[in-house]
Design a protein around this ligand. Structure first.
Ligand SMILES: CC(C)(COP(=O)(O)OP(=O)(O)OC[C@H]1O[C@@H](n2cnc3c(N)ncnc32)[C@H](O)[C@@H]1OP(=O)(O)O)[C@@H](O)C(=O)NCCC(=O)NCCS
Length: 224
């Protein structure tokens, strides 16, 4: 059984830990986190082994990037690449109570928590996070580093951009797109395409900040 190191000692990391403990598929060796106040801490029975830069020391281990925001996971993936740690060293976590139908694809380092369902022909990139109860239906395409919080539902043929973030219980109409780095608020019903970098909320969803865009690194800027 391969040892697993969880990067970012976050709430998501504790959820991944609980999931893999139930499945028994991995043994978690520890967390890596840059917060100096966590050095030497033990969280849910698992030690914080050091900062992210210590990843190279764990030669036989696999990694899961547990930062809650896609931009943060992308930044960590970039740092790991500089240490020679690529997607082949990142574990894909599929909770024992998730459903991934034959013909669906889940990329390396992605995390599917309990009751996530991929119905048919879903294609998901690397380091995607789907929290409990997210539903992906036929032919959805999800780019790297996207984040789906609990209860999100996508209709068929939806496209989700790199690093997009969908808030709890939001829904996306079939064949719509959510752009790169876009944010969809809790409870929103997306019925038209959400452009790159914009934050939309409400039913039906509309731009929350019409003059602002969120860049892929998470920082805000003005719409052109
Ligand atoms: C949409 C969201 C990103 C906006 O966050 P924010 O930029 O900090 O915005 P604020 O909380 O300052 O709210 C700004 C305005 O939008 C409204 N608003 C915020 N979220 C909203 C939502 N989901 N739907 C409708 N309106 C919303 C606020 O009431 C406020 O309105 P006001 O100016 O009339 O008072 C955030 O509210 C959200 O929904 N995040 C997702 C949270 C989530 O799912 N977390 C899961 C953690 S695991």
């Amino acid at each position: 059984m391969t040892g697993l190191v969880l990067i970012a000692a976050s709430g998501l990391a504790r959820e991944v830990l609980a999931s893999v403990r139930r499945s028994g598929e991995h043994t978690v060796i520890g967390f890596l986190d840059d917060d100096p106040s966590l050095a030497g801490a033990v969280i849910d029975g698992v030690p914080v082994l050091g900062a992210v830069s210590a990843a190279a020391r764990h030669r036989g281990a696999e990694f899961v990037l547990c930062a809650g925001k896609g931009a943060d996971r992308a930044a960590i993936a970039g740092r790991l690449a500089l240490l020679g740690i690529g997607p082949d060293r990142c574990a894909t976590i599929v909770d024992a109570r998730a459903v991934v139908s034959p013909g669906c694809f889940v990329g390396s380092g992605s995390v599917l928590l309990a009751n996530v369902v991929l119905t048919a022909g879903v294609r998901m990139g690397n380091h995607v996070v789907a929290m409990p109860g997210v539903t992906f239906t036929h032919d959805d395409v999800v780019a790297d580093f996207a984040t789906f919080t609990a209860g999100v539902s996508l209709g068929g043929g939806v496209r989700i951009g790199r690093g997009a973030y969908l808030g709890m219980n939001s829904t996306v109409r079939e064949h719509c797109a959510v752009g790169v780095g876009a944010v969809v608020g809790m409870g929103a019903a997306v019925v038209t395409d959400v452009p790159d970098g914009e934050t939309w909320a409400g039913v039906p969803a509309r731009p929350l900040y019409p003059s602002a865009v969120r860049r892929i690194d998470g920082t805000m800027g003005r719409r052109a």
